[in-house]
Design a protein around this ligand. Structure first.
Ligand code: K1U
Ligand code: ZN
Length: 173
């Protein structure tokens, strides 16, 4: 397994719509394992393939936070929201592609998601709490959308400038 570099905003790949996965093969299984390792290493609770430069519709998640609770690594291929609650909830989101920037984002409090697993089987589950926030954030990545796209343009521009500066500094280091 390999820790892959995470793209930092702004990057054109983070604005593109990712392609549906058409086959579960060894390359996809390797990508999924690498994404989980990259996510845990960051550390993060989710990761979408475009964040590691792969334009395919695959995400990983593990939102288990309690110490002593078993981890729940999840790999979702071609995930789709099939139902969203009218009730919304607000959560202070972060993003591994926008380090150290956080903002409140309002989203449906509960969602039902259908996806394909690594065995090619269709799965469906209703998510609530942090899992609901995270799965929506990750599916947004597959559609080229970042959490800062929910903010006002002034705040979005300020964060984008900070990220441009961070990328210049990292390039010089
Ligand atoms: O997609 C990503 O960029 C990952 C992102 C997911 C996310 C976080 C918060 C709300 C919605 C989606 C992260 O994992 S940021 C890091 C983070 O939230 C975290 C890191 C360590 C422990 C707990 C949380
Ligand atoms: Zn993100």
């Amino acid at each position: 397994m390999t820790i892959r570099p995470i793209l930092i905003h702004p990057d054109p790949r983070l604005k593109k719509v990712a392609d549906p996965v058409t086959a579960v093969d060894d390359a996809l299984r390797t990508l999924a394992a690498d994404m989980l390792e990259t996510m845990y290493d960051a550390p993060g609770i989710g990761l979408a393939a475009p964040q590691v430069g792969v334009m395919q519709r695959i995400i990983t998640m593990d939102c288990v936070k309690e110490e002593g609770e078993d981890p729940r690594p999840m790999v979702l291929i071609n995930p789709r929201v099939t139902w969203a609650s009218e009730e919304t909830s607000s959560y202070e989101e972060g993003c591994l592609s926008i380090p150290e920037q956080y903002a409140d984002v309002e989203r449906p409090a509960e969602v039902e998601v259908t996806w394909m697993d690594l065995d090619g089987a269709t799965q469906s589950e209703r998510f609530g709490g942090l899992w609901a926030t995270c799965v929506q954030h990750e599916i947004d990545h597959l559609d080229g959308k970042l959490f800062i796209d929910y903010l006002g343009s002034m705040k979005r521009q300020m964060i984008t400038r900070k990220m441009q500066k961070l990328k210049r500094e990292r390039a010089r280091a």
